[in-house]
Design a protein around this ligand. Structure first.
Ligand code: 26Y
Length: 817
């Protein structure tokens, strides 16, 4: 059978037509004449997916034949968005596909838009995982992404009467045509019960229940599609679908109980860390996908190796934040309980195999489980963690440093008692990385200060990056075409080559074309704004964009307060020389995060007043675009003039939207936070608008105390803005609606909004003046595009490969073999 040669290779539009018709008929079961958009979309995805399969199998074969070291990226979140357009572009098939669909009388762009946006993540961390998959495939690194196949991804946001409303997301309802179900790949996942020690001292875990993890694979192609990796997502399944005895007794619902419990594990994505409920389910989710992934990769390793002690030579496992940190204990358990190794040897292997990326310094976001909960769900793991903690304490005691031993323990015995997952991940990994230079630095100074002194040189920084395929070439065709025409297309696979466009910043004709590309993108967004929220905006105004999760530390509040100040200023003197602006916001608030939801309402209430005020006109418009996700980002980012990166310094670990926006020719207004610091270094201080407190200033204020009342009293504009918001100028139907916001800023301004207000307004007025000088503005935006090539996810992955995973990145010739 293997001698049969099958080929579905697409060479031209005729091939595409034939394949689509074949898929419509034999896979979807529809006659083209009666096919609806959904059917065309399914047929096209299936036809494109076929193009990946040969490369996919060849990639797997190469990894086995050459016994390459493999990378496993464990992440609770993969915010992959739509796959069709990017895959078609990566494979170089856009022209024939377009032509074929036109000839078949179907609308290509409409089909692209009908693909569900796979939102299996919350924000930056999940999108980073998706960009990394793209880059690992592009670089030809044999890798698997491992995660959860959530039935419902991140909730859909709608705005009702200015408030956020949440509806469940259901991306799987129309079928996920990219994936291959693998019914033969299932693993037992045990939970609960107790550990009983045998007479010869061997601990045996007797779980109270066992469920199954079932594999679903999505092939991931990188640029040019030569190497194809796998995203393997796990779905929860019951060991037994129905309890027949119960069913036969007529107890139909309870007969399904175990099935429902098992399926619940992969039912929903947690919408961020601010809800207290469901801790038990969250812990189960984490263990569920981590255990399945580790069992799977051990099976793969053992299928071609017999010495398990060589595991770290052939396997590197990256933990995306602490969410899969239970891997430390679970890998130990599998090595000891299943493969018979000693605890000591197992711990060496575990540490040499695992590494951990930290994405936040905020103490409330560092996971910690109560001993009671942890012990009831994972009793064997609690024992293993106590053992690791003992070893670790011995190291600490031997270090002869003046350390508070309680603070470095994994199991916290002081207040609350709990398992510190950050500590567990740190102690169980050979490398721990932050996601920007500043963030890695702050890790050493703050949350991991003591652990860093115990294990020096374990912490390093690997600054985040974004894939230039999706975030420039595919989402911004006008600019991509211009770049290709001007400097060729090397930058798509090697973003640092984009630097070659820098000299063109001085070329007036090129600037004109660069502006024209931006204008085209803005016109497209104008249409979308009109049709989605019914607001008319001018494409000649500055598009000022803040798109990210709603969080107090990201300070959307500072942005909307500036809008209020500007609104009053315009009303006071409408005839002055204003720089027209459209402020565009997009972002979801965690459903339980009341303050973030109130800020959304404030933005919408201010927007209502400003947008309907005839005195203001085009000088200022405010738009909140609902349901911000990967697909809307792809349309907003190419149209942005100004990128708002205004977090309280020291709180945004890196940011990645900042990179995408700069790459697409937006100037940044921002604080010296996260990767903004490095963006500033690269684009040059003249080509970015930096303002506000530094991380050091903020740290000093936290020690010395900060008096926001005094700052407010000393700033007339700030006072006016807060009085207006607090007294109901924007909410006459409910004058006290925003009292809580004003109170917070007045008495406990934890995020230093009032402290940075004056500096922010000053810098915004500089931005206004700069925007009026069209030629100089364009020159600076071109330099931004030209100089952020280093922020490619390909560069980030090369850094991980070299400094953390110790894997080779094959040459282009090797991938093409
Ligand atoms: C514990 C829990 C439910 C939880 C879930 C999601 C906690 C945190 C998160 C998500 C964190 C996140 O997205 N962090 C962001 O990671 C990006 C990629 O490194 C950074 O660029 C960004 O600064 C950081 O906020």
């Amino acid at each position: 059978a293997t001698a049969v040669t099958l080929s579905r290779r697409i060479e031209d539009a005729e091939d595409v037509k034939r394949l689509i018709i074949e898929k419509l008929k034999y896979a979807v079961g529809k006659d083209p004449e009666h096919s609806v958009r959904q059917d065309w979309s399914a047929a096209l995805i299936l036809a494109v997916r076929d193009q990946l399969v040969d490369h996919w199998m060849a990639s797997t074969r190469r990894a086995y034949d050459q016994d390459q070291k493999r990378v496993y990226y464990l992440s609770m979140e993969f915010l992959i968005g739509r796959l069709l357009k990017d895959t078609i572009i990566n494979l170089g098939l856009e022209a024939p596909v377009r032509e074929a669909l036109t000839e078949l009388g179907a609308d290509y762009d409409e089909i692209l838009r009908s693909e569900p946006d796979a939102a299996l993540g919350n924000g930056g961390l999940g999108r980073l995982a998706a960009c990394f998959l793209d880059s690992m495939s592009t670089l030809g690194i044999p890798a698997h992404g491992y995660g959860i196949r959530y039935e419902n991804g991140l909730f859909r946001q709608s705005i009702r009467d200015g408030w956020q409303a949440e509806e469940p997301e259901d991306w799987l309802v129309t079928g996920h045509n990219w994936e291959f179900e693998r019914p033969e790949v299932v693993y037992n996942i045990p939970f609960g019960g107790e550990v009983i020690t045998t007479p010869d001292g061997k601990p045996i875990w007797h779980p109270a229940e066992v469920m199954l993890a079932a594999a679903y694979d999505t092939p991931i192609a990188g640029w040019r599609g030569r190497h194809v990796n796998t995203l393997r997502l796990w779905a929860g399944k019951p060991a037994k679908r129905v309890d027949l005895d119960r069913f036969n007794r007529g107890e139909y619902l309870s007969a399904m109980e175990a099935a429902v419990r098992a399926e619940t594990v992969s039912r929903i994505l947690y919408p961020d860390d601010t809800t207290e409920e469901g801790k038990n389910l969250r812990l189960r989710q984490e263990f569920f996908f981590t255990s399945a992934s580790l069992q799977d990769l051990l099976r793969r390793y053992l299928s071609s190796h017999d010495d398990i002690t060589k595991l770290p030579e052939k396997v590197a496992i990256q933990l995306n934040d602490t969410h899969p940190a239970i891997a430390v204990a679970e890998l130990m358990r599998l090595l000891v309980d299943t493969h018979g190794l000693s605890m000591e040897v197992a711990f060496q292997l575990t540490r040499n195999t695992l590494s951990y990326t930290n994405h936040t310094l905020m103490p409330e976001a560092l996971e910690r489980w109560s001993l009671q909960l942890f012990g009831s769900v994972l009793p064997r793991h609690l024992d293993i963690i106590r053992w690791i903690d003992e070893q670790h304490l011995r190291t600490a005691a031997a270090a002869k440093r003046t350390l508070d031993l309680e603070r470095v323990r994994i199991v916290d015995h002081t207040n609350g008692q709990g398992v510190r997952m950050g500590h567990l991940a740190f102690v169980g990994s050979h490398r721990v990385n932050g996601v920007s230079a500043l963030h890695a630095d702050l890790m050493k100074q703050t949350v991991f200060h003591d652990l860093d002194s115990l294990y020096p040189s374990r912490i390093l920084g690997v600054t985040n990056g974004v894939t230039p395929r999706r975030w420039l070439h595919s989402c911004n065709k006008p600019l991509s075409d211009l770049l290709i025409e001007t400097i060729g297309e090397d930058w798509i696979g090697d973003l640092e080559a984009i630097e070659a466009v820098a000299p063109y910043a001085e070329d007036a004709a090129f600037r004109e074309r660069f502006r024209a590309a931006k204008h085209e993108n803005k016109c497209r967004l104008v249409t979308e704004i009109q049709s989605r929220v019914g607001i008319h905006v001018s494409p000649d105004a500055m598009f000022d964009v803040q798109i990210k999760r709603m969080h107090e530390y990201k300070r959307q509040l500072l942005n909307i307060m500036e809008a209020v100040a500007q609104y009053f200023a315009i009303r006071n003197d409408p005839a002055a020389d204003w720089t027209p602006r459209v402020k565009i916001f997009g972002g979801k608030a965690a459903p339980g995060y009341e303050m973030a939801k109130l800020i959304i309402k404030l933005i919408n209430d201010v927007a209502r007043a400003v947008n309907s005020d005839p005195v203001v006109g085009d000088r200022l418009k405010i738009v909140f675009l609902p349901n911000y996700n990967v697909s809307t980002a792809e349309r907003i980012i190419p149209a942005a003039d100004l990128s708002e990166q205004i977090s309280t310094a020291g709180m945004e670990a890196s940011g990645t939207g900042n990179m995408k926006l700069a790459l697409n020719g937006a100037l940044t207004i921002g604080t010296l936070d996260g990767a903004n610091v490095e963006i500033c270094d690269r684009v040059g201080r003249d080509n970015i608008h930096i303002f506000g407190l530094t991380a050091e200033d903020v740290a000093n204020y936290r020690v010395s105390g900060y008096d926001s009342r005094a700052v407010i009293d000393g700033n007339e504009t700030l006072k006016t803005v807060l009085d207006a918001i607090g007294s109901g100028v924007f909410s006459p139907e409910d004058p006290n609606r925003f009292r809580a916001i004003v109170d917070r800023l007045s008495y406990d301004d934890y995020f230093f909004v009032t402290a940075d207000f004056a500096a922010y307004l000053d810098e915004q007025r500089k931005v206004d003046r700069a925007f009026m000088d069209k030629e100089d503005w364009t020159r600076r935006t071109i330099l931004n595009t030209a100089r952020v090539g280093w922020f490619s996810a390909d560069r980030a992955i090369r850094d991980y490969a070299r400094e953390i995973w110790n894997v080779e990145t094959p040459s282009a010739e090797e991938i093409n073999q």
